[in-house]
Design a protein around this ligand. Structure first.
Ligand SMILES: [Zn+2]
Length: 535
């Protein structure tokens, strides 16, 4: 019966870590790789922080745990933020608590609203404000001082120093709290550092010499991402000092990170193909006429001071934001009664507005036509198209978007402000975002019997079954992941020990759900937009 310590580095990627590691720039992570087993950790089909950490926590795909995105689309085509209330499967923290073992969880995304555990829990995103109760037990909040859940600064194009300084403070404060709680009694200890995700989104262009948004000659922030990784690397070094011989250590991320070059506007394609229909009223006709002639958010943002507008769009209320966006062709111009397909959420999957035979026929037709989409160089823009049941499975499948597709090398961003942000299929990435999520996160495990400097293949749903196996806690029988036995040498106990599943046939979560207040939902959506997501 061992203990497990998990250090999460949101958005961390071996594409960055391996070269830096070879140059000796990340000594602690490198030492763990040399003394342990590691893998690219394949993320959820829509590789976003919310669903990915939810899949980590449950060992299940979103088709079972029910979180596909930061937001969900309501029957009247509005969006509301998702939270731990949407998690239909028990988290590892609850499973371990049920076995009377103790947990500490610090800043794991999608543990808000906080829930009861046998130990301590500090919620992570999407909550950002300490005005809300974000800990279990609730009075733990009062002991955290000036702890930062998410950075306050929003990228405005010229405030890099403010963002970097806040990210550094955020890491320091989190390390302080982690070092305090690590001295408590625990069997499972998890802490997630989020600064790596934020810095990847905003600073990629400074590091990447081939990036189209790179400012020539501007070398100031060239090492910004590296410096945040180094800061987290030393935090890893500090935390592993607390690990005894019986503790297995896992370092992981929820998805990878890489460059984003252009925006992609799938709704323009759906409109052109006649799947998406506009209202027949005069004002919509005028807006559509102007849209086709370049009256678009993208062009207007290019003309006026782009980033001031961006900040306004991020920080204004939902109502004011809609009023502003409605001067362009927008969601209010869609005729939902005649629309057969539309795209709404992050990574722009397609939702089909039809049932039965028509649904099947439409889905097939759209999937057949999508490969025709060419990028500005005339090359195929889409690598892969999947129907929802090909990538998700479980009793929450009805909530899933109907068609998921992967844009070539995932170098396109599907923008959030505006459903028809450009009159073209491709456009410039507004808001200064230059990095985005990729499918391959990281996984490193060290401890007794773990193979040294050995590489395997792992999926994000495998982490929790592996951790439970090491802790000798029965694994829920409906997890999608497997115990990563190939990480262990053949005569080690984790390899030889039979995998033990719990008897209960299902793992449904039964918690009393406190709905998020309207104010809380607004606040979360504003924050998500500030971080660069569609909300
Ligand atoms: Zn993430």
């Amino acid at each position: 019966m061992s203990k497990v310590m998990i250090i999460g580095i949101d958005g961390a990627s071996f594409a960055l870590i391996k070269p830096w590691s070879e140059k000796g720039l990340l000594p602690n992570i490198t030492r763990l790789m040399r003394s342990g087993t590691y893998s690219n950790l394949i993320s959820t089909p829509l590789p976003m922080t919310g669903p990915s950490w939810s899949s980590f926590m449950t060992g299940m795909n979103p088709g079972k745990h029910g979180v596909y995105d930061f937001i969900e689309v309501t029957p009247d085509y509005k969006t509301i933020p998702t939270s731990s209330n949407n998690l239909m499967a028990k988290t590892v923290f609850e499973i371990v608590s049920d076995s009377r073992r103790r947990v500490v969880s610090i800043n794991v995304p999608y543990t808000y609203p906080p829930f009861k555990v046998n130990g301590y829990l500090i919620s992570g995103m999407p909550i950002h404000s300490k005005d809300y109760d974000f800990t279990y037990p609730p009075d733990l909040k009062n002991e955290l001082g000036d702890y930062i859940i998410l950075p306050e600064a929003v990228y405005e194009g010229d405030n890099e120093d403010d963002i970097l300084s806040e990210l550094n403070i955020m890491i320091e404060k989190r390390l302080d709290v982690a070092k305090r709680l690590i001295k408590e009694d625990w069997d499972l200890f998890v802490v997630v550092f989020f600064a790596s995700d934020v810095v990847g989104h905003w600073f990629w262009k400074h590091m990447d010499e081939t990036h189209p948004m790179r400012r020539p000659g501007d070398e100031r922030y060239k090492d910004a991402i590296l410096q945040i990784y180094q800061k987290i690397d030393s935090a890893v070094g500090e935390l592993i000092k607390f690990k005894d011989e019986d503790t297995y250590l896992i370092v992981m991320s929820d998805h990878g990170m890489g460059p984003v070059h252009r925006n992609f506007y799938i709704n323009n394609w759906l409109l052109e193909k006649g799947y998406l229909k506009l209202r027949k009223r005069a004002v919509t006709k005028i807006k559509y006429f102007l849209h086709n002639r370049g009256w678009t958010l993208e062009n207007v943002l290019d003309i006026i001071q782009k980033f001031k507008m961006t900040k306004y769009l991020q920080q204004t209320s939902e109502q004011d934001r809609r009023l502003l966006l409605n001067i362009f062709l927008s969601i209010s111009d869609i005729d939902w009664s005649r629309t057969k397909a539309y795209s709404f959420t992050n990574f722009a999957p397609i939702y089909i507005n039809a049932k039965g035979e028509e649904y099947e026929r439409l889905r097939k037709k759209i999937a057949e036509e999508m490969p025709e989409i060419r990028d500005e160089k005339g090359e195929r823009a889409i690598d892969k198209i999947c129907f929802k049941e090909e990538v998700f499975m479980g009793d929450q499948l009805d909530k899933a978007p109907d068609i998921i597709y992967y844009l070539r090398d995932m170098i396109y961003h599907t923008p959030r402000y505006f459903e028809f942000g450009s009159n073209k299929l491709f456009g410039t990435v507004g808001c200064g975002m230059s990095g985005t999520h990729k499918m391959e996160g990281i996984f490193i495990i060290t401890g007794e019997g773990v193979k040294k400097d050995f590489e395997i293949d792992a999926n994000i749903v495998d982490v929790v079954p592996t951790a439970l196996h090491l802790m000798d806690v029965p694994i829920p029988p409906d997890v999608d992941g497997r115990v990563l036995k190939d990480s262990f040498i053949k005569d080690s106990w984790p390899y030889k020990k039979e995998v033990k599943y719990s008897k209960s046939p299902s793992n449904r979560r039964k918690i009393s759900k406190k709905e998020l207040s309207k104010q809380e939902r607004e606040s979360i959506k504003e924050k998500l937009r500030g971080l660069g997501y569609h909300a």
